[in-house]
Design a protein around this ligand. Structure first.
Ligand SMILES: Nc1ncnc2c1ncn2[C@@H]1O[C@H](COP(=O)(O)OP(=O)(O)OP(=O)(O)O)[C@@H](O)[C@H]1O
Ligand code: SF4
Ligand SMILES: [Mg+2]
Length: 320
């Protein structure tokens, strides 16, 4: 079984503030996804670089260092149409995914004609009707609605339908349920599982909610200040965490408590504290200022990835 997606040392540098201070929003990220249906979750607190990584994978941003391969080819060497036929996005805000000036169904038609390449009007309609009903919507109802007449949950289902029209291999979903009512989230998450099982589509599922991550993921990567600090099979990483940061997260997380999500959310990084700023630019381990196990080496060099117990972790403790 080959690799579908391979990210090699991807780094994205942004500047901020008036002095043009540089920092790495995505810092030396490597990961890979096998060519078999799976849900690969990327979890991390606000500002850890999840969306930036998603944008790199989706070719919305270009990495400053490193490269991303899809089916063994650099994504920038694949022509755009065939790339987006295989790799589809779902964004956080379904209302922003559709133009408010035209009916969402029209966007679906354009996708079928332009990307999928079906021209016969009846075939176009049939294809759309099949996919729309698969995601749990009634075609007759949605066909006449404007963007603002949809509920958030219905419109996110339309976005999922649009993504499925091209029969993609991979869907990159960036916090796809975080703007929906808590009561609707699990239905959408279940739909992803069904799409994976029945259609063989893989997902990169980005979230800050470890409770749903636990439920949905085959694999998980934990991001901290732009770096993946631990990744592996989700049940392993979440039940036997290795990195001190993952451990602290799991200890502070009574999984069924929805209030906890808010706590994570609130730790918005806007470079308000000098520690946060220092963490983004430090040469050593970014967790060093908070880590109870830190020692001298942690301050000078970022640990490389090492495999421990089937998971990949970046922590000097495992090199001892
Ligand atoms: N275009 C940009 N220019 C400058 N800085 C940016 C840009 N986009 C993101 N950043 C910064 O990069 C860091 C990572 O942002 P990113 O949006 O990738 O985080 P995130 O993990 O998706 O956060 P959230 O959970 O809030 O969505 C943040 O400090 C953010 O302010
Ligand atoms: S490398 Fe050092 S500072 Fe970083 S998590 Fe491991 S022990 Fe803590
Ligand atoms: Mg984000």
């Amino acid at each position: 079984m080959g690799e579908m997606l391979r990210i090699e040392n991807a780094t994205k540098i942004f500047r901020y503030g008036f002095l043009g201070f540089k920092f790495r929003a995505v810092d030396d990220v490597s990961m890979s996804l096998e060519d078999r249906p799976a849900i690969f979750t990327i979890a991390g607190e606000s500002g850890s670089g999840k969306t930036t990584l998603a944008r790199l994978i989706l070719r919305i941003l270009k990495p400053d260092y490193g490269r991303i391969l899809f089916n063994g080819r650099n994504i920038y060497e694949i022509d755009s149409k065939s790339f987006y036929k295989n790799v589809q996005p779902i964004f956080q805000d379904p209302y922003a995914s559709f133009n408010p000036m035209q009916k969402p169904i029209r966007y679906l038609r354009e996708t079928v004609k332009n990307v999928v390449g079906i021209v016969d009007e009846r075939e176009v309609d049939e294809h759309i009707a099949r996919v729309v009903s698969y995601v749990g919507l009634d075609i007759a109802t949605v066909a006449n609605k404007h963007q603002h007449e949809f509920s958030g949950g219905e419109l996110q289902r339309m976005a999922i339908a649009r993504a499925l029209l091209t029969k993609p291999k991979l869907i990159v979903a960036d916090e796809p349920v975080s703007m929906l009512d808590a009561s609707l989230r699990i239905n959408i998450v279940n739909l992803f599982k069904r799409i994976k099982d029945e259609m063989g589509v893989s997902f990169i599922y980005i979230t800050h909610d470890l409770a749903t991550a636990y439920y949905i993921s085959d694999y998980i990567a934990i991001m901290y200040r732009g770096s993946i600090i631990e990744s592996g099979r989700a049940e392993k990483v979440l039940s036997e965490p290795l990195h001190p940061y993952t451990k602290a997260l799991m200890e502070s997380l009574p999984i069924p408590d929805p209030k906890h999500r808010r706590v994570w959310r609130q730790r918005k990084i806007a470079f308000t504290s000098s520690i946060e700023e220092a963490e983004f630019v430090i040469k050593g381990c970014k967790y060093v200022y908070r880590c109870p196990y830190a020692f001298d080496k942690c301050r000078v060099e970022m640990p490389p990835y090492i495999f421990v117990n089937e998971s990949s972790v970046r922590c000097w403790l495992y090199f001892k």
